[in-house]
Design a protein around this ligand. Structure first.
Ligand SMILES: Cc1cc2nc3c(=O)[nH]c(=O)nc-3n(C[C@H](O)[C@H](O)[C@H](O)COP(=O)(O)O)c2cc1C
Length: 192
């Protein structure tokens, strides 16, 4: 069975991105995937301390809830709100901790930059309060390079403007349906 990791990057457990991700998870489960849910808010996770213990060991040396196998999956569904035009701090902390994977890939295993085949697929779900054209530009760039470290293609991004208060997304059943379908399609794409 293909494993999908569902990462909840908002501090709000029932916020807009969490609700969207719940629907994507439901779709993936119905398509037969195994889904592991991770609420970043629940984890003890230090920011990257830039001590580069990973240069010696090929893994992060900080001892907390983040570990080497944390990102093991065939598919990833990452949900984060837009905070100051990028992902939330919880999400960014996880990304920065994956610098150990970057070090392993490019410094230890010496994979030439840009010369790797995507082995995994990632879905990014985001929401922001405003409606500007560039609202998701910063987050998309960050997510793209985070996925690069994971040998993952940005398979699809579901980006919703004009959602601010908890529950706002419930007024948009079409968004919830789209998230459900994306979860289902991601699971099927992994099977295919
Ligand atoms: C610290 C913080 C920063 C935010 N920055 C932005 C922003 O730059 N642009 C924007 O449109 N909305 C911004 N918002 C609003 C959130 O993106 C919006 O409320 C979103 O729907 C929250 O998603 P969630 O319910 O999944 O947490 C910010 C909210 C907070 C708390």
């Amino acid at each position: 069975m293909k494993k999908i990791l569902a990462i909840y990057g908002s501090p709000r457990r029932k916020g807009n991105t969490a609700t969207l991700l719940d629907h994507a998870v439901q779709g993936a489960l119905e398509a037969g995937a195994e889904v592991e849910k991770i609420y970043l808010q629940d984890l003890e996770m230090s920011p990257c301390l830039e001590i580069y213990g990973c240069k010696e060991l090929g893994r992060c040396v900080i001892e907390d809830d983040f570990h080497d196998q944390f990102m093991a999956c065939q598919g990833l569904m990452l949900a984060s709100p837009i905070f100051f035009y990028t992902v939330s701090s919880h999400t960014k902390t996880l990304m920065d901790r994956c610098q150990s994977l970057w070090v392993k890939k490019y410094w230890i295993d010496k994979v030439p930059y840009g010369q790797w085949e995507p082995k995994r697929k990632g879905l990014f779900i985001s929401a922001g309060a405003t409606k500007g054209k560039k609202l998701f530009d910063g987050a998309l760039l960050t997510v793209k390079y985070f996925f690069d470290v994971l040998d993952m293609e940005l398979w699809r991004a579901l980006l919703y403007r004009g959602l601010d208060f908890e529950g706002d997304v419930l007024k948009h059943p079409e968004h919830l349906q789209e998230a459900y379908e994306a979860g289902k399609e991601l699971a099927l794409a992994l099977h295919g």
